[in-house]
Design a protein around this ligand. Structure first.
Ligand code: GLP
Length: 265
C-alpha cells in the first residue's frame, strides 16, 4: 500500500487526479473508472474536470461504475447517487451518460439488480481504477463493519453512524434510506488499481485502522492491505493517527524519479 501524506486537501486532490489521469492515459480511451460519492472525491473530480476542459484528458469513451446507491429513492431523486454522480462526474468530466452506471436501487428485484451490476462491470472489462473515500466507521462503498471481506454487490443495511453522517444531505434523519445496494469488498478488490482519498480529522481513526490496523471486517477498508496497487492519499489532519507518518513522508520525498507518477500535472 502506498500512503501519501499531503500538506493540504487541495494537494490530495491534485495528486489523486494525477494518479487517476495517468491510469486513464495508460489504459486508453475506453478506460473503466470506479467512482465514489461523498464529499471526499469532489475536489479530485474538479481537478479531473479541469484537465478535460483544458483538452489534456478525454473521457468521452470511458465508462464509470458507481460504488453504491440507496434503496428506494426514485429515479431523479436529488440525493440518489445516480443524480449525484451525474452532477459531480458525468457532466463535468464530459462522459457519455450511457456509459456511466449506478446500481438500480429502485428495482422491484434487488437481488437481480445486484447481479446485473456485477455482470455489467465484467462486461465492461472490469474496473481499471477505483476511486474511494472512507466512512468515519471504516466503510468503503457502503460496506459497513462486519461486511464479508469477499462480498459482491448486494443489499446492505446502513449503520446508525452512516445514516447520521449522511443526514446532512436530507431534510431530516428519517428521510435517509435504511438500505443500499453496494459493490462488495470482493468487487472493489477486483479493480486493477485503487485510489483512496481522505481529508480532515474525522477520518483520522478510520485511516489509521485501514492502513495500520489488522485486516478485519470491523474496518472494511482494511481489506485494501491485500490489494496489490492501492494508493491512499490523505491530508495532515486525516493522517494524524498514523504511527508511521514520518516513514510515509520520507518515502514520498525520496521516491526514485521513475516512480514519481504522482508529481505534477
Ligand atoms: C458515503 C459513501 C462512501 C463514501 C463515504 C464517506 O456514505 N457511500 O462511498 O466514501 O460515505 O463520505 P464522505 O466523503 O462524504 O465523508
Amino acid at each position: 500500500m502506498e500512503v501519501v501524506i499531503c500538506p493540504s486537501p487541495d494537494e490530495v486532490a491534485r495528486l489523486a487526479a494525477a494518479k487517476v489521469s495517468r491510469v486513464c492515459r495508460d489504459v486508453g480511451p475506453e478506460v473503466v473508472i470506479g467512482v465514489a460519492t461523498g464529499s471526499s472525491p469532489l475536489a479530485l473530480y474538479a481537478a479531473l474536470a479541469e484537465m478535460v476542459a483544458a483538452g489534456r484528458l478525454d473521457l468521452s469513451r470511458a465508462s464509470a461504475f458507481a460504488l453504491d446507491e440507496y434503496v428506494g429513492l426514485p429515479p431523479g431523486h436529488p440525493e440518489s447517487y445516480a443524480t449525484v454522480i451525474d452532477t459531480t462526474v458525468t457532466v463535468p468530466l464530459r462522459m457519455d451518460p450511457a456509459r456511466v452506471h449506478t446500481p438500480d436501487g429502485f428495482s422491484s428485484d434487488i437481488e437481480a439488480a445486484a447481479k446485473a451490476y456485477e455482470d455489467a462491470i465484467v462486461q465492461a472489462g472490469g474496473v481499471d481504477v477505483q476511486i474511494l473515500g472512507i466512512g468515519s466507521n471504516g466503510h468503503v462503498g457502503f460496506n459497513e463493519p462486519t461486511s464479508s471481506l469477499a462480498s459482491r454487490t448486494r443489499i446492505k443495511t446502513l449503520t446508525p453512524t452512516t445514516r447520521e453522517d449522511n443526514a446532512r444531505f436530507f431534510d431530516s434523519l428519517d428521510q435517509v434510506p435504511t438500505h443500499c445496494l453496494t459493490q462488495g469488498l470482493g468487487t472493489i478488490m477486483d479493480a486493477r488499481q485503487v485510489v483512496l482519498v481522505a481529508q480532515g480529522e474525522a477520518k483520522a481513526a478510520a485511516v489509521a485502522a485501514l492502513v495500520e490496523g489488522p485486516v478485519t471486517s470491523m474496518c472494511p477498508g482494511s481489506i485494501l492491505q491485500l490489494h496489490r496497487y492501492a494508493t491512499v492519499l490523505v491530508d495532515e489532519a486525516a493522517a494524524a493517527d498514523l504511527t508511521l507518518g514520518d516513514y510515509y513522508r520520507f518515502t514520498y520525498d525520496n521516491k526514485p524519479a521513475w516512480q514519481r507518477y504522482l508529481a505534477g500535472l
